[in-house]
Design a binder for this molecule. Sequence first.
Ligand SMILES: CC(C)(COP(=O)(O)OP(=O)(O)OC[C@H]1O[C@@H](n2cnc3c(N)ncnc32)[C@H](O)[C@@H]1OP(=O)(O)O)[C@@H](O)C(=O)NCCC(=O)NCCS
Length: 492
Amino acid sequence: MSDKLEKGPITRKRRSTISGAAAGATLKQVNGKSNISKSNKVSYENQDCDGSSKEKDHALQTAAKERKYESQYVGKLSCHKLQESLLSSASGYSNYRGILNWCVVMLVLSNARLFLENLLKYGILVDPIQVISLFWQDPYNWPAACLVIVSNVFILAALYTERRLSVGTFSEWLGTAIHSVNLATILCFPMFTVLLLDSVTPAGGVFALGVYTILFLKLYSYKDVNKWCREIQHAKARSLSRSLSCPSVQRSSKRGGQGHVSYPGNLTHRDLYYFVFAPTLCYELNFPRSPRIRKRFLLRRLFEMLFFIQLLVGLIQQWMVPSIQNSMKPFQDMDFSRMIERLLKLAVPNHLIWLIFFYWFFHSSMNFVAELMQFGDREFYRDWWNSETVTYFWQNWNIPVHKWCLRHFYKPMLKRGVSKWVGQTAVFFASAFFHEYLVSVPLKMFRLWAFMGMMAQLPLAWFVGRFLRGNYGNAAVWISLIIGQPIAVLMN
Ligand SMILES: CC(C)(COP(=O)(O)OP(=O)(O)OC[C@H]1O[C@@H](n2cnc3c(N)ncnc32)[C@H](O)[C@@H]1OP(=O)(O)O)[C@@H](O)C(=O)NCCC(=O)NCCS
C-alpha cells in the first residue's frame, strides 16, 4: 500500500515531463491495445529528429517503467463491471444443469422414502407368476394369441383386394366397399370375441385389441397410399396418351435406383408384412432404410426393454395397485378432502410409471424393432416435455399416431373444405373413441372416462393457449399429465 502511494505521484510527475507521445503509449497499454510499441517508436523517432539520443533513451526507459507500474496495478484498481445477478432474467444465464441434478437427487430421495414406507406397510408384493396369469388363465387356451394369429386373414384380404384393384378386375367403388368391410371387421371381430369369451383376460384383451387397432390404422394407410398411386398412374397415362408419344406407364414408373419399388410392384407379401411389423402407421412404397444393423445398439435397446418392463410390472404391483385399492373408500364415501389426498398420492407412482412406459415403448422398443428391420426413420417422439401448449404436446408425444392423423384424416378433411376447428375436433373424437375402445372392452366396463379425458383436451388446449404462456404453459401441461391420468384411473 505504501509502495503504491510512493510510486503514484512519481508516475504522474514523469508523465508531465515527457512528451505527449509517451503519455499516449501509457494510455494504450492501459487499454490493452497491441500497437503500443509501434506508437512509441513512431513518437520517439519524431523526437529523435530534434533532440539528443540521451533524451530519447531516458524517455523510453520512463515509458517502460510506467507501463510496468500500470500493468501491475490496473487489475488491482478496478474490480467491478456493469453486470446483472445470475438469477435475474436480464443476465441471460441459462445453464441450470446443477439445479436439474439437484431436482433428480431430491426426487430420488423423496421417492426412496415413499418406497420404504410402502415396503414397511405392504411387504413385497411383486409376483412375476401373477403377471403371467394375467395373460394366460388356462395353459391350453390362448384366446388373445389366437386372435392375433387370425389377424393375418385381414392382412391378406387387404393385399388381394389391392392386387385386383391394380389390374382393374375390381372397380374403385368395389375396392372401397371391400376395404371398408375389412376395416370394420378388424375393429368389431376382436371386440365381440373379447366381450363374449370369458377366457380372454383383461391384459390379453388389451394386447389383442391393441394389435388390431394398430392393424386397422396400418391397413387404412395401405389402402390410401395404393389409391394415391393409382391416381398418379392414371393421371400420367392420361397426359402421356394426350401427347401421343407415349412410353408406357410401366416403363416410366421403373425410374429410380436398384431396389426402388414402384406401383404395382409393391403389392407383395414381403412388402406388406415389412410394413405390418415396421414401427410406423403410415405406409410408403420405399421406406428410408438404415445401412446395417448396429449390434451394440440393438443389445442396449434389448437390455432396456427387458429391464424397464420388469420395473414397470414391479412398480404397478408394489405401488400402483395398493394405492388404487386404498383410494376406493374415499371415492365411494365422496369424502372430498380424502379424495384429493388419495389422488395426489396416486399421482406420483402413476406419473413415474407413465414416464417409464414412454421410454420403454417409444425409445427402447421402437428403436429395437426399427434397428432389427433396418427401418431408417427413428422419429418416434419429439421434445414434448418442453410443451408450452397442449396442442404442442399432442403434435410431439406420439409421432406415429400424429403422422397418421395428419396424413390420413386431418389433411384430407381440410382439403375437402372442413374448417381447422372441426377437423381437430374430429381427430380428437376418433382418438377418444380408440382410447375408450382399448380400455372399456377388455375391462368390460363402459364408463366413458377415457373418452371424456381425450375430448377434454380440446377445451384444455384452448384455455392453456389463450391464458398461459412460456413456463406457465409448460407447468400447465405437466399438471394436466400428472393429475389428469389418476383422475381417469380412479373414475374407472
Ligand atoms: C389434430 C391434430 C392432427 C392437429 O395437428 P396440428 O399440427 O395442430 O395441425 P395444424 O392445423 O397445425 O396443421 C398441420 C398440418 O396441416 C397443414 N394444413 C393446414 N391447413 C391446411 C389446409 N387447408 N389444407 C392442407 N393442409 C393444411 C399444415 O400445413 C400442417 O402441415 P405440416 O405438418 O406438413 O407442416 C393433432 O393435434 C393430433 O394429432 N391430435 C391427436 C393426437 C392423438 O390423439 N394422439 C394419440 C396419442 S396416444
